[in-house]
Design a protein around this ligand. Sequence first.
Ligand code: BES
Ligand code: MN
Ligand code: ZN
Length: 510
Amino acid sequence: MDLRVQHASVTDIDTPLLVVNLFEGVSQPQGATGAVDQALSGQISQLIADGEITGEPATITVIHTNGSTGHTGLKAKRVAVVGLGKSTDSEQERFEHARVAAATAARKARDLKVDSFATVVHAAGAGGLPLDTAARATMEASILALYRYQHFKEATRLPDPVTSCTIVEADPERAAQLERYAQVAQVTCEAVMKVRDLSVGPGNYVTPTYLADTAREVANKHGLEIIVWGKDELKAHGMNAILAVNAGSVQPPAFVAMKYTATGATKTLAVVGKGITFDSGGISIKPAESMEYMRHDMTGAATVIGFMDLAAATKLPVNVLGVFAATENLPSGSSYKPGDVFKAYNGKTMEIVNTDAEGRVILSDSLAYAAEQMPDAIIDFATLTGACQVALGDHATGLMSNNQELADRVLAAGERSGDRCWQLPLWKVYGEQIKTAMADVRNTGGRRAGAITAALFLKEFVGDIPWVHLDIAGTAYADSDQTYVAPYNPKPGATGVGVRLLWHFCQDWR
Ligand code: BES
Ligand code: MN
Ligand code: ZN
């Protein structure tokens, strides 16, 4: 879908669907909604008085303006009023409600089978959200709400009915700003949707080799440095942890490191991702129920690929090193087993207690490699623990860190981007749970504090580099059969979480 900005008054826009908005509790709309209400001879305020339009989040009311009513003051054929929640809600909540409003409107446009729609920027009126925040919310959610994954719908593929969305702004200066935001929003959403495509793609299609090929494509597109290692190189470099998880699979593993070099940058960020293209649990096999979701277990690696693409496309002011290891985790006669001991890339040894705790195993080599490059910070993304999904549900990514200043920056970027994070402690005492007589560390710490003990395992491999671990087990996908789904995260449910978080983090990290 094409995003456009038009400098015009809302009443002058010729469109099949014009979207305006309303906060809860407002009986006489002002601004753009007020202007439309006037052109409709008070039809909106009447519907508010009748209780049909409430302003509640995720609500939408469509008014047909042509034909019988014969309004002349308005060029739009239909008007939709979306709810923004309460104007007294926190900025965070108003931002989220703006995203939900935009997504609700875009989906309505699709349902109405109109080929285009126009919308005001949501929640940016007097005393509202800053224009850039509100614009991003409106633009990104409009695009992301209409995402579909049709790769394997050979017989039933649907054309995209909505081909353009026009942002209407009456003020010339603000319209000019919106033009710039629209360009960023468009490339950002392309990166997010690339992550969604990879994340949701079936395990027999998105293999480790496929991920490596996709990384190569991105590198070639932007002229980035890239290394791709297979089994032989992994052996030669002592990446025994990745090889251990790969041992039960007939799909070759891939280790990828790629670098975007910014002109005049002083800092380097390493982004590391978990790339398990299917997680059966291995010898410690998972129950069959919901196992198909474990095709998403490479979302961290997808985030790395999508973000490298975005970093280069938007010429971010920091260097970015992207690292991931990709493999399946399957049971077979050659699989790694509970009780096995392996030595990782940095020389530390680990005892395997549960082969289903494989993410931290492949991340050990990946993080140690990233740390060796001496970046200024490491941020890793991993669908790491069911414990984190249970603790925070679908709406917050678990954040754990060895450096509070870095953690605070990532938390702040989470608020600005909408990819919200919530911190869990890495107190030393939790480390008792991953001690073992057999090796330097063991790969599980029991049921209690599972997200934290997983992170403490990872901490063994980052050395002194400031590091943030993001457990996206709950936020990587949202399936409407299982969870609450925000309208900007349509089926089949991959969210593309993390790309926008990183982009915002890099904006003011100097
Ligand atoms: N990929 C899973 C974690 C996961 C679970 C992600 C649910 C998304 C949704 C991970 O590899 C895993 O199996 N973790 C185990 C660890 C345990 C064996 C210590 C878990 O969380 O049960
Ligand atoms: Mn697992
Ligand atoms: Zn896993």
